[in-house]
Design a protein around this ligand. Structure first.
Ligand SMILES: [Zn+2]
Length: 116
Protein backbone atom coordinates (compact mmCIF):
# COMPACT_ATOMS: atom_id res chain seq x y z
CA UNK A 1 0.00 0.00 0.00
CA UNK A 2 1.51 3.36 -1.00
CA UNK A 3 2.24 5.61 1.94
CA UNK A 4 0.22 8.77 2.25
CA UNK A 5 2.41 11.86 2.30
CA UNK A 6 2.61 13.48 5.70
CA UNK A 7 1.04 16.90 6.09
CA UNK A 8 3.41 19.86 6.36
CA UNK A 9 4.09 20.92 9.93
CA UNK A 10 2.40 23.63 11.92
CA UNK A 11 5.49 25.87 11.85
CA UNK A 12 5.41 25.85 8.09
CA UNK A 13 1.66 26.56 8.06
CA UNK A 14 2.18 29.54 10.34
CA UNK A 15 5.03 30.88 8.22
CA UNK A 16 2.95 30.51 5.06
CA UNK A 17 -0.07 32.19 6.70
CA UNK A 18 2.08 35.28 7.28
CA UNK A 19 3.63 35.22 3.81
CA UNK A 20 2.33 37.44 0.98
CA UNK A 21 0.82 35.52 -1.96
CA UNK A 22 3.58 36.81 -4.28
CA UNK A 23 6.23 35.12 -2.15
CA UNK A 24 4.37 31.82 -2.22
CA UNK A 25 4.12 32.06 -6.02
CA UNK A 26 7.87 32.71 -6.28
CA UNK A 27 8.58 29.74 -4.03
CA UNK A 28 6.34 27.56 -6.20
CA UNK A 29 7.06 28.81 -9.75
CA UNK A 30 10.48 30.41 -9.29
CA UNK A 31 11.42 34.07 -9.51
CA UNK A 32 10.78 36.31 -12.52
CA UNK A 33 14.24 37.79 -13.09
CA UNK A 34 14.66 41.16 -14.76
CA UNK A 35 17.95 42.92 -15.31
CA UNK A 36 18.48 45.69 -12.77
CA UNK A 37 22.00 46.89 -13.47
CA UNK A 38 25.49 45.71 -14.29
CA UNK A 39 28.99 47.14 -14.13
CA UNK A 40 32.63 46.19 -14.65
CA UNK A 41 34.97 46.29 -11.66
CA UNK A 42 38.36 46.86 -13.37
CA UNK A 43 40.46 46.27 -10.24
CA UNK A 44 38.98 42.80 -9.71
CA UNK A 45 38.34 42.15 -13.42
CA UNK A 46 34.75 41.05 -12.75
CA UNK A 47 31.33 41.99 -13.97
CA UNK A 48 28.78 42.50 -11.22
CA UNK A 49 25.20 42.03 -12.32
CA UNK A 50 22.07 42.61 -10.30
CA UNK A 51 18.76 41.03 -11.24
CA UNK A 52 15.48 41.81 -9.53
CA UNK A 53 12.41 39.62 -9.27
CA UNK A 54 9.43 41.39 -10.83
CA UNK A 55 7.08 39.66 -8.38
CA UNK A 56 8.73 39.67 -4.95
CA UNK A 57 11.63 42.19 -5.36
CA UNK A 58 14.32 39.72 -4.30
CA UNK A 59 17.70 40.78 -5.68
CA UNK A 60 20.13 38.31 -7.21
CA UNK A 61 23.75 39.47 -7.41
CA UNK A 62 26.23 37.56 -9.51
CA UNK A 63 29.84 38.09 -10.41
CA UNK A 64 31.17 36.94 -13.76
CA UNK A 65 34.71 36.87 -15.03
CA UNK A 66 35.69 38.48 -18.33
CA UNK A 67 34.62 35.30 -20.17
CA UNK A 68 31.14 35.18 -18.61
CA UNK A 69 31.90 32.37 -16.16
CA UNK A 70 29.95 32.77 -12.89
CA UNK A 71 32.32 33.31 -9.97
CA UNK A 72 29.71 33.86 -7.31
CA UNK A 73 25.99 34.25 -6.97
CA UNK A 74 23.88 35.32 -4.04
CA UNK A 75 20.48 36.66 -3.07
CA UNK A 76 19.13 39.54 -1.03
CA UNK A 77 15.63 38.46 -0.17
CA UNK A 78 12.71 40.79 0.26
CA UNK A 79 11.62 41.25 3.91
CA UNK A 80 9.56 38.29 5.05
CA UNK A 81 10.53 36.08 2.11
CA UNK A 82 12.75 33.72 4.05
CA UNK A 83 11.33 31.11 6.37
CA UNK A 84 11.75 31.87 10.09
CA UNK A 85 14.86 30.56 11.83
CA UNK A 86 14.42 26.97 12.90
CA UNK A 87 12.08 26.09 10.04
CA UNK A 88 15.14 24.55 8.40
CA UNK A 89 15.64 23.23 4.92
CA UNK A 90 12.39 22.83 3.01
CA UNK A 91 11.50 19.18 2.79
CA UNK A 92 9.51 17.59 0.02
CA UNK A 93 6.41 17.79 2.26
CA UNK A 94 7.00 21.49 2.87
CA UNK A 95 7.22 22.06 -0.88
CA UNK A 96 3.94 20.17 -1.25
CA UNK A 97 2.44 22.56 1.31
CA UNK A 98 3.66 25.59 -0.65
CA UNK A 99 2.19 24.20 -3.89
CA UNK A 100 -1.14 23.58 -2.13
CA UNK A 101 -1.22 27.21 -0.97
CA UNK A 102 -0.37 28.37 -4.44
CA UNK A 103 -3.03 26.28 -6.20
CA UNK A 104 -5.82 27.03 -3.72
CA UNK A 105 -5.03 30.78 -3.84
CA UNK A 106 -5.51 30.65 -7.63
CA UNK A 107 -8.96 29.05 -7.34
CA UNK A 108 -12.07 31.23 -7.39
CA UNK A 109 -13.84 31.65 -4.06
CA UNK A 110 -17.37 30.31 -3.63
CA UNK A 111 -18.75 33.85 -4.23
CA UNK A 112 -16.69 34.30 -7.39
CA UNK A 113 -18.02 31.00 -8.77
CA UNK A 114 -21.62 32.03 -8.02
CA UNK A 115 -21.29 35.32 -9.90
CA UNK A 116 -19.26 34.00 -12.83
ZN1 LIG B 1 10.38 36.45 -6.68
Amino acid sequence: MPSKPAKPGRDLDRALDAMPAAYIECRDYGHIWRSRDAYWVAKERVYVQQLECARCATIRVRELNAHGHILSSGYRYADGYQMPAGTGFLTSNARDGIRLRSVTAAMPTRDERKHA
